[in-house]
Design a binder for this molecule. Structure first.
Ligand code: NAD
Length: 423
């Protein structure tokens, strides 16, 4: 049985969107056209076939990808996605965004991404393990601590990273801590990594609210997606005093204008596997969630959920992009004209890769930091990136997205020029 991708959630080709954004940055920031050409391609894209034994004895054949966009500033870094809709162009777009994100954060990595076309919810733990170990083996010559370092993304977690770490290490004959980040704490993970993407988003949102004369206790917030990013974000914002008026996962959304008890909703999801059916709020659709009366909407699930067809109905004043690529370029223009502040993915969700960088450094040194050190260093890096982006946004009169991508692309372009074109 070959596992085929179903009809996709993607409305547009994400790699074309990523390239369109790069061209816009090139024009606005006066980046050499030849360099833009170089950067609009991925350095390497590997497609692999992954046969894996199912529990009933049959063999399923999955399709997997690993893409490196750029390594001008260091080894490539990026998550691995397990989702039925994964395509090569989606992985390429995500890899390119990782390059700009790492450069914007000033951490010494290029961009990469990986994905397997599968529905992890329908696989048993043993099937998932066999598939992951075979995928790792198929890409074993592409990854490594000095080469390309995977991490979790949609549909993958610390357990999947543990299997990748173990498979790679077994093949090398010794434990290689730096091959993957987002590992469980027991085997070389970093304190604060699991929560890091949401924590980074919290720091960015605090800074943005302050620019608008607000703080978390004044804010009414709707969050789409209740996985790693969305669920921790909801918890942190609640702790900060914000009112979470809506939550959602793939089963649908929940709305309570008085505020949702996030811990109770998480407990319900823990028991039943879905947010749907939680009694402390009314059911809404994922589409309705994005259009609610609130101050902040935070897409934390999949790409292209805010598009030309619904952007003019977004009522929030701030969009916090916890997910990668949730806003299409057409929607970006509509939101900008309407005065909505979009905090772009490369800034808003960079906390994950920043603490992944810390995990990689700790693993290489075999010396592990305290959680408050991790969080303080994370805050320093993302706050600096926010301030640089805000300053560029104001000085040049461009959107936060153009400012953030511009800073990232410029740094990669400078590194490429300084290294020179080989041979
Ligand atoms: P996850 O798999 O932990 O959670 C994804 C969530 O989205 C789940 O709650 C799922 O039910 C929900 N979802 C799936 N399809 C949906 C749909 N059609 N409508 C609404 N909700 C839907 O994934 P994650 O790690 O939280 O990643 C979410 C986003 O954040 C992705 O874009 C990812 O690239 C990005 N991101 C993740 C990290 C990280 O460290 N995990 C870092 C940076 C960016």
């Amino acid at each position: 049985m070959t596992v085929e991708a179903p009809a996709s959630h993607l409305r547009e080709n994400p790699f074309e969107i990523a390239r369109q954004q790069l061209r816009a940055v090139g024009e606005t920031f006066g980046i050499d056209g030849d360099l833009v050409e170089v950067l609009s391609e991925c350095k390497k894209a590997v497609e692999v076939s992954i046969p894996a034994r199912m529990d009933d004895g049959s063999v399923a054949v999955f399709r997997g990808y690993r893409v490196t966009h750029n390594i001008a500033r260091g080894p490539s870094k990026g998550g691995i996605r397990y989702h039925p809709d994964v395509t090569l162009d989606e992985v390429k777009a995500l890899a390119m965004w990782m390059t700009w994100k790492c450069a914007l954060m000033g951490i010494p990595f290029g961009g990469a991404k990986g994905g397997v076309v599968c529905d992890p919810k329908t696989l048993s733990k043993r099937e998932l393990e066999r598939m992951t170990r075979r995928y790792t083996t198929e890409i074993i010559n592409e990854i490594g601590p000095e080469r390309d370092i995977p991490a979790p993304d949609v549909g993958t977690n610390a357990q999947v990273m543990a299997w990748i770490f173990d498979t790679y290490s077994m093949n090398k004959g010794h434990s290689v801590l730096g091959v993957v980040t987002g590992k469980p704490l027991l085997i070389g993970g970093s304190l604060g990594r699991e929560e890091a993407t949401a924590r980074g988003g919290l720091y960015i949102l605090r800074d943005a609210l302050a620019k608008k004369g607000m703080a978390c206790p004044d804010a009414r917030i709707a969050i789409q997606g209740f996985g790693n990013v969305g669920s921790y974000l909801a918890r942190f914002l609640t702790q900060d005093g914000a009112t979470i008026v809506a939550l959602s996962d793939s089963s649908g959304g929940l709305y309570n204008p008085k505020g949702i008890d996030v811990a109770a909703a998480a407990a319900h999801k823990g028991e039943t596997g879905a947010l749907a059916g939680f009694r402390g709020a009314d059911p809404i659709t994922n589409e309705e969630l994005l259009e609610l009366e609130c101050d902040v909407v935070a897409p934390c699930a999949l790409e292209q959920v805010i598009h030309g067809g619904n952007a003019d109905r977004v009522k929030a004043r701030i969009v916090l992009e916890g997910s990668n690529g949730p806003t299409t370029p057409e929607a970006d223009e509509i939101l900008e004209d309407a005065g909505v502040l979009v905090l772009p993915d490369v800034l808003a969700n960079a906390g994950g890769v920043v603490v992944s960088y810390f995990e990689w450094v700790q693993g290489l040194q075999e010396y592990f930091w305290k959680e408050h050190e991790v969080n303080a260093k994370l805050n320093e890096i993302v706050t600096r990136a926010f301030n640089e982006t805000w300053e560029t946004h104001e000085r040049r009169g461009v959107s936060m997205r153009l400012a953030a991508y511009g800073l990232g692309v410029q740094r990669v372009a400078d590194a490429t020029t300084t290294r020179g074109l080989y041979p």
